[in-house]
Design a protein around this ligand. Sequence first.
Ligand code: 5RP
Length: 220
Amino acid sequence: MTQDELKQAVAREAIRYVVEDSIVGVGTGSTANCFIDELAKIKNRIDGAVASSQATADRLKSHGIRVVDLNSVNELPVYIDGADEITEHLAMIKGGGGALTREKIVAAVAQKFVCIADESKLVGVLGKFPLPVEVIPMARSHVGRALLGLGGQPELRQNFTTDNGNLILDVYGLSILKPLELEAELNNITGVVTNGLFARRGADILLLGTAAGVKTMKRK
Ligand code: 5RP
C-alpha cells in the first residue's frame, strides 16, 4: 500500500469515532484532508465542524460542511488530526503544517483526541522531525537564543506566516526523552506562543495505517 492509501484507510476508520448530531473537531494536513473528504460523505449526520486552520476551514466549506467558531461550542466530543511523529504513549510532534497553536486549542477543548497516521509516523523517541515553535515576530531572536541554550538548532521557516500572524522556528537536533517537561519549558520562554509537543494533551487513540491494516492503539 502507498502512504496515501494508508492515510485514506485511517481516515475511513476515523469516521467510526464521529458522534452523530454533534460538532467535530478537524485537524490540518494531508491526513486530515483525507478525513475531511470522508466526513463529506456523512455531512448530513453531523451538526458541523470546528477547523484547526484556515486551510481546513476552506476545505470543509468546499464540501458544504458547516464551519463553526470554537467559542460558540459547548461540547466537542472528538477531535481528529494527524501528527508528524507519535510515540506508543501517544505523545506527538505536530505543526509540520504550521497550524500547531489552533490544533492545540481545539485538542484542549475536545473530550477525545483521535490521531490518524500512517506507520512512518510512529517513533521510539520524538525529535527527528524538527520541532515547530510558534513565535511572536519581535521575539524571534530572543527565542532563538533560548532554544540554542536548550541544545536545539532553530531555523526560521522561510516565507511562512501562521494563521495567527506569527513565525515558526523549526528546532533540529533535539532528542526528546521527557516530552512533558520540554513542552512546559518551551512554553515558558517569553515570546513563544506555543510549541509542537503534544504531551500534556496527547492523543487518546491512535489509528495507525500499516500494510497489515489499521491498528488501534490506546493511551497507556
Ligand atoms: C499540521 C500538523 C499535521 O497534523 C502534521 O503536520 C501531519 O501532517 P500530514 O498528515 O500531512 O503528514 O500538525 O500543523
